[in-house]
Ligand binder design. Structure first.
Ligand code: FES
Length: 137
């Protein structure tokens, strides 16, 4: 039997663990206590805002394009690049690494962006086809 007996040691160790966690959290700067969004920031590569913010904090990129090393963020359609840049700029200014975006609105706007790109590509291909047709005549 352990000195002090009766399971009190277990209760004490849980309490001291809890106390250590609380002390750790209180010692962090307030910006680190912000709840980060698990919503996707880069839809092309399924990279969340939380992942990007953690990448920026840990790797401290020198230029915004280095954020692409975080799961390829920003290297697809390009929609998320301005948002990645905003997070980068916030980190440079030691601001809050958080985007105030409505995930539903963000997804809708990204969808419209993709549609516009497809239309522009189709129009460009039509123009090329017209140009080729003119040269052959
Ligand atoms: S949404 Fe990030 S590159 Fe397309």
């Amino acid at each position: 039997m352990r000195p002090g007996g009766g399971g009190g040691g277990f209760q004490f160790s849980v309490f001291s663990l809890w106390l250590s966690v609380a002390r750790f959290l209180l010692a962090l700067p307030s910006s680190r206590l912000i709840t980060m969004s698990d919503d996707e920031l880069c839809y092309c590569f399924h990279v969340s805002q939380r992942k990007v913010v953690n990448y920026i904090r840990i790797h401290q990129p020198r230029v915004p394009s280095q954020i692409s090393e975080c799961g390829g963020a920003g290297t697809g359609c390009g929609w998320c690049v301005p948002f990645l840049r905003k997070l980068f700029d916030a980190a440079l200014q030691k601001g809050e690494l958080k985007l105030d975006i409505d995930p539903v609105e963000y997804a809708r706007e990204r969808s419209e962006y993709i549609q516009r790109q497809k239309q522009q590509r189709a129009a460009a291909q039509g123009k090329v086809a017209d140009d080729v047709g003119e040269k052959q005549c």
